[in-house]
Ligand binder design. Structure first.
Ligand SMILES: [Zn+2]
Length: 176
């Protein structure tokens, strides 16, 4: 809570993480319950709600491949990660009208990464004073909104943005 510059440090503190892909939570999104958290799937990456959010709307943009950092990503992955990060900014702004958004990547444990070895971009909507308006019980923040409501709010926006991008790409092709 005190690390305001990296609010996602709380993410997945209880989740196991390893270098093997079979116990990597980002490689195994088809496990029961986890698929509900996925907001949109691109060609090579996807957007998923953080199971242990810092704020309502805390989500992550994740490449499908188990890559540790940006260094190992392909051009296609780089482009789509940024495209989906842009969509996430638009979706969060539309759904929650936050006063700010943290966007960041933590590489390695000292940097605050909860899941090591599988790159992910955090987006955390922020409000003035949001460090004290929510109740903290033990180490668990009590959020005013449940995950299903968050997903229901954000999914249609991501789907619309995705459709718009596809249409724009087709227009661009026809224009050539
Ligand atoms: Zn992985």
């Amino acid at each position: 809570m005190e690390h305001l510059w990296a609010p996602w440090r709380l993410a997945y503190v209880t989740g196991a993480s390893g270098s093997r892909t079979d116990d990597c939570i980002f490689c195994n999104t088809s496990e029961p319950g986890r698929g509900d958290l996925i907001l949109i799937r691109g060609r090579v990456s996807y957007v998923i709600l953080n199971l242990f959010p810092y704020n309502n709307g805390h989500l992550m943009v994740v490449p499908n491949r188990h890559v540790a950092g940006l260094a190992a990503t392909t051009r296609e992955e780089q482009a789509e990660l940024m495209q989906l990060t842009r969509h996430a900014e638009i979706a969060l702004t539309e759904a929650y009208a936050p006063q700010g958004i943290n966007i960041g990547i933590n590489l390695g444990r000292p940097a605050g990464a909860g899941v090591l070895d599988h790159l992910h971009v955090h987006l955390v909507p922020r409000w003035n004073g949001d460090t004290n308006f929510m109740t903290v019980v033990g180490n668990v923040r009590v959020l005013p909104e449940d995950m299903q409501s968050t997903a229901a709010k954000l999914k249609p926006i991501f789907e619309r943005l995705h459709r718009d991008d596809v249409l724009n790409a087709e227009h661009a092709e026809h224009a050539e």
